[in-house]
Design a protein around this ligand. Structure first.
Ligand code: ADP
Length: 578
């Protein structure tokens, strides 16, 4: 990792290099521009300096030509033309040192004194030419002589022109060299700074690429994490809903929430859920976390109990609220059933107490009836009354039997196991429900293939309660069964080797498929809360297990069948001995 100090240094270096390169580039461009301008100026100057010498030379050549022509055939017109040429030449000569171009020529060679001599000479020639007469026969000869005097001026002008050209060429050469020499330094510097800049850009691009790769990798990791998180959220068996606090719309919900409310985000159920959550949590806005417990009514009228929490989350780059709720309907129902069971237990205790209290008056009635019958015996015509007294006595016996059974059933288990006759215990339990079955028109039969001596080891009262529970369940099953056949419950007691079996089978239609899997679970019931607790079979299993046996529930041909398997006393004794 690069420290922040190093990063600062690199940043400064980069900045310095870029600034230096830009400055150098600008300086080089300006240098080239100024050199080009200087070159152009010099060229113009050199051309100008050669030009005056050239002009003067031309005029001299023309003047010499005029001399030559006029000297052969002197005419007045020729003399006039010659004079004009001489005047032009005369006017050109001062330009060789006095004009701007002439002053430049002075840098090549100083010809001013010589030119001034020729000016005087030309003046004299001019004066003499003016005096010449074309008719004079000697004038041609004289003109020839005068023309000859200008020959050295021609040489002077020619050599001046040549030297000026040579000088100009020399200046050109030097200038070129200078331009090349001075141009190379900024070029080299420009090359170095350009290369450095290119390298810098290259490394910068490489670093950027590396950083981009890292960012893209981080982004893909983040995306994978997000997908994992979404998968986890989707599979969580709790409702997870993300709420946008701006307009209370649902931004996300998992599959559990969808199965509770709806798969469509536009379903009005979501609004009801959010409103319910807000009410239950005293308005979630302004708080970061909190518990809530609420109820949600499904469109079918089913009330679902929900408990959970909400918290602030960053979802889709915006602060939103995550609502996590667990369906606690079953727990709530179980709580209600426990309360119901507690109430039933209290009722059971009361029933036992009442049965106990009734025993005394029943005994008094029984005794009073016996006394009355005894007093009636010697009296004449007392037979009808005696019959009535017998009926009273029989009903008192029946009532006594019932209170005995109630007391027996309600008696708390002592946890003291002992041997008891399996057949007797089953018959005792059956006798307890006989009246109920008769009232409901259910035929209750027993097939006992074991002698009464066959004993099992355990708490007899508890075992009787197990059988009673199975019989009551069969009785209750007929309440919802279709009445297309005669109602019957058959109890079978049999023995195979050292194992005894008690089967309770009815023809009430059987156990519902969803109940079959949870039959022995505590609080699993299909009965209304005021009737069923879902504890009967769960308690039955634990009682039978305490006796070293097992119990299964299944669907038979026309109804349910429960089979209890128990080791006989002989078997358990021999097992204990082993
Ligand atoms: P409860 O009787 O309080 O519901 P149980 O544990 O005794 O509790 O029974 C659990 C459930 O098993 C019943 O609610 C009923 O749905 C089912 N069940 C038990 N026995 C039978 C039966 N003979 N026929 C049909 N269903 C039965």
């Amino acid at each position: 990792m690069i420290s922040s100090r190093n990063r600062h240094t690199i940043f400064l270096l980069k900045g310095g290099l870029i600034v230096a390169s830009v400055v150098l580039f600008v300086a080089t461009v300006m240098l080239y521009v100024s050199q080009a301008r200087q070159g152009a100026l010099l060229t113009a100057t050199v051309r100008s300096s050669g030009w005056v010498a050239y002009q003067a030379h031309i005029e001299l050549v023309k003047t010499e030509a005029a001399f030559a022509t006029t000297s052969i055939i002197p005419t007045n017109d020729g003399l006039r033309a010659l004079r004009m040429r001489l005047e032009i030449l005369r006017s050109r000569l001062p330009l060789l040192y006095n004009s701007d171009e002439g002053r430049l020529l002075r840098g090549v060679l100083d010809i001013e004194p010589q030119v001034r001599d020729y000016e005087i000479k030309v003046d004299r020639i001019l004066e003499e030419v003016e005096t010449l007469d074309a008719e004079d026969g000697d004038s041609g000869h004289r003109l020839k002589e005068l023309g000859a005097t200008l020959e050295p001026l021609g040489r002077l002008l020619h050599s001046t022109l040549m030297q000026s050209v040579a000088y100009n060429q020399e200046i050109f050469r030097r200038e070129k060299e200078l331009a090349q020499a001075t141009g190379i330094v900024p070029l080299v510097l420009l090359f170095i700074s350009g290369t450095a800049l290119a390298l810098l850009l290259f490394f910068q691009a490489r670093n950027d690429r590396l950083r981009l790769d890292q960012i893209m990798q981080a982004q893909s990791t983040l995306k994978a994490m997000e997908e994992n998180l979404r998968a986890v959220i989707q599979s969580v068996p709790a409702c997870m809903v993300v709420i946008d606090p701006v307009d209370d719309t649902v931004s996300f919900f998992n599959s559990t929430a969808a199965s509770l409310i709806s798969t469509s985000p536009d379903d009005p159920g979501w609004r009801r859920l959010v409103r319910g959550a807000r009410d239950a949590s005293n308005d979630m806005s302004g708080r970061q976390w909190g518990y809530l417990s609420m109820a949600y009514t499904r469109p079918g009228g089913e009330i679902v109990s929900l408990r959970g929490s909400f918290c602030e989350v960053l979802w889709q780059q915006r602060p939103q609220q995550l609502l996590v709720l667990v369906d606690t309907t079953r727990v709530r129902n179980a709580e209600l059933q426990v309360m119901q069971a507690a109430k039933l237990a209290t009722l059971g205790e009361m029933a036992t107490a009442i049965a106990h209290e009734l025993n005394q008056p029943l005994a008094v009635i029984k005794m009073a009836v016996a006394n009355a019958k005894r007093l009636l015996e010697p009296l004449e015509g007392g037979e009808p009354v005696a019959v009535k007294l017998d009926r009273i006595s029989a009903q008192v016996d029946r009532a006594k039997r019932i209170t005995d059974q109630v007391r027996r059933y309600g008696r708390m288990p002592t946890e003291q196991h002992q041997l008891f006759s399996l057949r007797t215990a089953v018959e005792m339990a059956m006798s307890f429900v006989t009246e109920q079955f008769r009232a409901a028109d259910i035929r209750l039969s027993i097939q006992a293939d074991v002698p009464a001596e066959v004993s099992v080891f355990g708490e007899q009262t508890m075992f009787e309660q197990v059988i009673v529970n199975l019989l009551v369940n069969a009785h209750d099953a007929f309440e919802t069964a279709t009445p297309n056949r005669s109602r019957a419950v058959r109890v079978t007691v049999r023995r195979e080797a050292e194992q005894a079996f008690v089967e309770v089978e009815d023809n009430a239609g059987g156990i519902s498929p969803d109940m079959l899997a949870r039959l022995f679970e505590p609080f699993a019931t299909t009965k209304p809360a005021e009737k069923g607790t879902g504890l009967g079979l769960s308690l039955a299993r634990s009682v039978v297990r305490d006796m070293g046996g097992s119990i299964i529930g299944e669907n038979a041909e026309n109804g349910a069948r429960f089979v209890i398997s128990l080791p006989t006393a002989l078997a358990s004794v021999s097992r204990d001995a082993a």
